[in-house]
Design a protein around this ligand. Structure first.
Ligand SMILES: CCCCC/C=C\C/C=C\C/C=C\C/C=C\CCCC(=O)SCCNC(=O)CCNC(=O)[C@H](O)C(C)(C)COP(=O)(O)OP(=O)(O)OC[C@H]1O[C@@H](n2cnc3c(N)ncnc32)[C@H](O)[C@@H]1OP(=O)(O)O
Length: 248
């Protein structure tokens, strides 16, 4: 059903071919442009909502307008979450994902790149809506970024897994409104289990947070994927070979 493909694209960037054909890719592509445009506009609205200093009457008027717009969107909406959908390029996409989802205004959205060795990378800047300690990124958001970027490691190996654990160490506060860089890499592949590590660095190249995580291909998904071959990232199932990141 799901063919593993050696590709630079992350699952959320369509690293997996969809088994479901798209009827009208041109119309779907136009819809995707509109969907991502709406998400970007609402993302900007959320940021403005946090930072605005306009007076109460203006706030009330804007709230009323937003409620009208919300009702307009809900006129035709699905009940639950998006899950995986086929995009106009015939790839599986998780457009609702909270970190990378193209249709999700809550997502920064992260753009995670990677290669078949399992190394992943993401440049990001987080705005006022992600605040925890004054001026700094919320610790849960820091962990979510690491979860996503490290979680893309097994996806690039063709072993998309769920997070079994994510141990995050906060070295120093992660600044808001400044460029950050998150990287992930393979520590060890053990059958259906992928051990990954990663870090976030600030604009001064200082590590603000690091994590080690285990991702497991769920039992229910294994029948849809190739058996682990052990060649991913130069490791064998149960093997010890580690992939250290190259300096950047
Ligand atoms: C159909 C193809 C596509 C399917 C894709 C499916 C999922 C992939 C989804 C997305 C991938 C793409 C990109 C990912 C990007 C970002 C990442 C975000 C990820 C998340 O945001 S995800 C949400 C938070 N996450 C959860 O919501 C997990 C809840 N949990 C479970 O769903 C189960 O718990 C699960 C699946 C983890 C295991 O369950 P299971 O039944 O499949 O397998 P089982 O329990 O037998 O464990 C098998 C082996 O893992 C060892 N093991 C398990 N857990 C361990 C632990 N904690 N510590 C140490 N070892 C552990 C066992 O000891 C055994 O080891 P051994 O084989 O050596 O005996």
């Amino acid at each position: 059903m799901f063919n593993r493909e050696r590709t630079r694209r992350h699952m959320t960037d369509g690293a997996f071919a969809s088994p479901f054909p798209v009827e009208d890719p041109v119309a779907l592509a136009a819809l995707e442009v509109a969907q991502s445009g709406l998400a970007a506009a609402v993302r900007a609205l959320a940021d403005a909502t946090v930072r605005t200093r306009v007076a109460a009457p203006d706030l009330a008027a804007v709230a009323e307008q937003v409620e009208t717009l919300t009702a307009r969107l809900l006129a035709e909406a699905q009940e639950g979450p998006l899950g995986l959908e086929t995009d106009s390029a015939g790839r599986l996409r998780d457009h609702g994902n909270a970190m990378v989802g193209m249709r999700n205004p809550i997502a920064p959205p992260l753009v995670v790149t990677g290669d078949e060795s399992g190394s992943t990378s993401c440049a990001l800047t987080l705005g006022a809506g992600y605040e925890g300690p004054p001026g700094y990124v919320h610790g849960g958001i820091v962990a979510a970024v690491l979860d996503q970027v490290l979680g893309s490691v097994p996806a690039h190996l063709g072993l998309p897994g769920m997070t079994a654990y994510l141990n995050t160490t906060y070295r120093r506060p992660t600044p808001l409104g400044a460029p950050l860089h998150c990287r992930g890499w393979v520590e060890r592949v053990d059958g259906w289990k992928v051990h990954a590590r990663g870090e976030i660095r600030d604009a001064q190249d200082l590590v603000t947070a690091e994590a080690e995580a285990l991702f497991v291909v769920p039992r229910w998904a294994r029948e849809h994927l190739d058996r682990p071959t052990g060649d991913a990232a130069g490791t064998a199932p149960g093997g010890e070979a580690a992939q250290e990141p190259s300096a950047s």
